[in-house]
Design a protein around this ligand. Structure first.
Ligand code: FES
Length: 259
C-alpha cells in the first residue's frame, strides 16, 4: 500500500477524503476538512524524518482524527438526506391533498350532469286538464355538490297545447308562496281580479292567470317559472329542474308534447 508523503497516511484514505469533499454541499465543511488534512495532529502522525529513520519499514497508523472526520461526514450526509426526503415527502403529500379535490371535482358526474336529476312522481298525464291548474306534491330529488336529498315540493299543473305546464309556487317578485283558487283542496274557477286571475300572492298582491302569467299591475316581473318533465316507460311523470319564462316568451315550453 502507498502512503501520503507528508502525513504518512494511506493514500486510499486521502482519496476517500477528496471524494467526500466533492459530495459535500457546504463550503465551510470543505475548508474544515482541508485544514484537517493539511494540519494533522502532532504526536499522532509519525513525522517524515521518523519514517526515513525507520527506512519506511514501519507503516504509520491511520490518524484517529481523520477517521472521526470521515465518520462525522457520513453522519452529516445521512442527516441531510433524511431532511431532504422528509421535506420532499411533506411537499408531495400537501400537493396531493390540494390537487385531489380538484381532480375529483373535474370528473365528478354530479357536476357534469346536464339538466339535473328527474324526480319520480305518482302522476300520469291524464290526471291533469286544460281548464284549471291542479295543485300536487312530490319529493324533489336534489343533488347539491356532495349532498343528495329528497325534499317535499308542490307545484301547479295544467295542460297547454298538448304539453304539461308544471308551474312553480314561488312568486317571481320576492319569492313568497302563491295561493291558487281552491276550495277543500279542489281547483275552482278564478277567484281573484274580478274572476280573471287564478293565483294570488299574499305578500304584495301579485296576481297571475291560470297559466301563471302576471297581471300588468302586479309587482311580479315575470310569469311563474316552469319545470322540465318527461314521462317514463311506466307512463308516470318525472319532474326535473325549473326554468324561467319571460313576458315575451311565456308560451315557449320546451317540454315534450303529450301523445
Ligand atoms: S312576493 Fe309576491 S308580490 Fe311580492
Amino acid at each position: 500500500m502507498e502512503y501520503h508523503p507528508v502525513d504518512g497516511s494511506p493514500k486510499a484514505v486521502v482519496w476517500m477524503g477528496i471524494y467526500q469533499n466533492l459530495l459535500c454541499f457546504e463550503g465551510a465543511y470543505i475548508v474544515d476538512h482541508e485544514n484537517e488534512m493539511d494540519t494533522p495532529a502532532s504526536g499522532q502522525v509519525p513525522p517524515k524524518d521518523a519514517l526515513d529513520q525507520a527506512g519506511g519499514a514501519q507503516p504509520p497508523q491511520l490518524p484517529p482524527q481523520g477517521t472521526q472526520t470521515v465518520s462525522g461526514q457520513r453522519e452529516v450526509m445521512s442527516r441531510r438526506q433524511f431532511l431532504t426526503y422528509a421535506l420532499g415527502g411533506t411537499g408531495a403529500l400537501m400537493a396531493t391533498m390540494v390537487a385531489s379535490p380538484l381532480v375529483v371535482s373535474a370528473f365528478d358526474p354530479l357536476h357534469r350532469a346536464s339538466g339535473g336529476a328527474f324526480s319520480k312522481t305518482n302522476w300520469k298525464p291524464s290526471d291533469f286538464n286544460e281548464k284549471l291548474p291542479t295543485h300536487v306534491n312530490y319529493l324533489q330529488h336534489i343533488d347539491d355538490g356532495w349532498n343528495s336529498q329528497d325534499v317535499s315540493n308542490d307545484v301547479y299543473v295544467i295542460v297547454y297545447q298538448k304539453k304539461l305546464m308544471i308551474m312553480s309556487h314561488v312568486c317571481t317578485h320576492l319569492g313568497c308562496h302563491v295561493n291558487g283558487s281552491t276550495e277543500n283542496g279542489k281547483s275552482v274557477a278564478p277567484e281573484y281580479g274580478n274572476g280573471k286571475e287564478w293565483f294570488f300572492c299574499p305578500c304584495h298582491g301579485s296576481q297571475y292567470n291560470i297559466y301563471g302569467v302576471q297581471t300588468p299591475a302586479s309587482p311580479a316581473p315575470r310569469p311563474l317559472d316552469l319545470y322540465y318533465y318527461h314521462v317514463n316507460a311506466d307512463g308516470y311523470v318525472e319532474v326535473g329542474n325549473n326554468f324561467q319564462r319571460s313576458d315575451a316568451t311565456w308560451g315557449n315550453n320546451p317540454n315534450p308534447t303529450l301523445a
